[in-house]
Design a protein around this ligand. Structure first.
Ligand code: TYD
Length: 133
């Protein structure tokens, strides 16, 4: 796995009435949450992401269904399948990341360490490799 990337086991309260998982900023994740967004209704075969962030760190959770997160630091490339709502993928800043292979009705939750800022995006792979790796 690429340096500093990790799967965080979220608490899971199992119950015959249905399971429950939660996230507390100070206990489960290594940053302050500034924004939450989610990706849904993804048509089959579509790819999201395909950029890097200069500062943004994030935690990605497959709340429903499954998808793959592809991470690339310019030297190593990891494909991480997410398909459980009690695993969070921690993505540090500065990695190229793409999300793909979404199952029908999948729901991707992203907790972000920054508010939205287009200037934080690196959208050109060549520029990413040349200037940020
Ligand atoms: P983007 O992050 O580029 O999505 P993807 O990486 O999956 O292609 O975001 C798509 C659009 O949504 C872009 O115009 C910016 C806008 N957006 C916001 O306004 N706020 C947000 O928090 C996010 C994540 C995106």
């Amino acid at each position: 796995m690429i340096k500093n990337v990790k799967i965080i086991d979220l608490p899971k309260i199992e119950d015959p009435r249905g399971n429950l998982t939660f996230i507390e900023e100070s206990n489960q994740i290594p940053f302050c949450i500034q924004r939450v967004y989610w990706i849904y209704d993804v048509p089959g075969g579509q790819v999201r992401g395909g950029h890097a962030f200069k500062e943004q760190q994030e935690l990605i959770v497959a709340l429903s269904g499954s998808f793959d997160v592809v991470l690339d630091d310019g030297k190593e490339k990891d494909t991480i399948p997410l398909n459980r709502s009690y695993y969070g993928l921690y993505v540090p800043k500065g990695l190229w990341r793409q999300m793909q292979n979404f199952s029908t009705n999948s729901l991707a939750l992203v907790l972000s360490s920054t508010e939205f800022n287009e200037y934080d995006y690196i959208r050109d792979y060549k520029e990413y490799i040349e200037s940020y790796t």
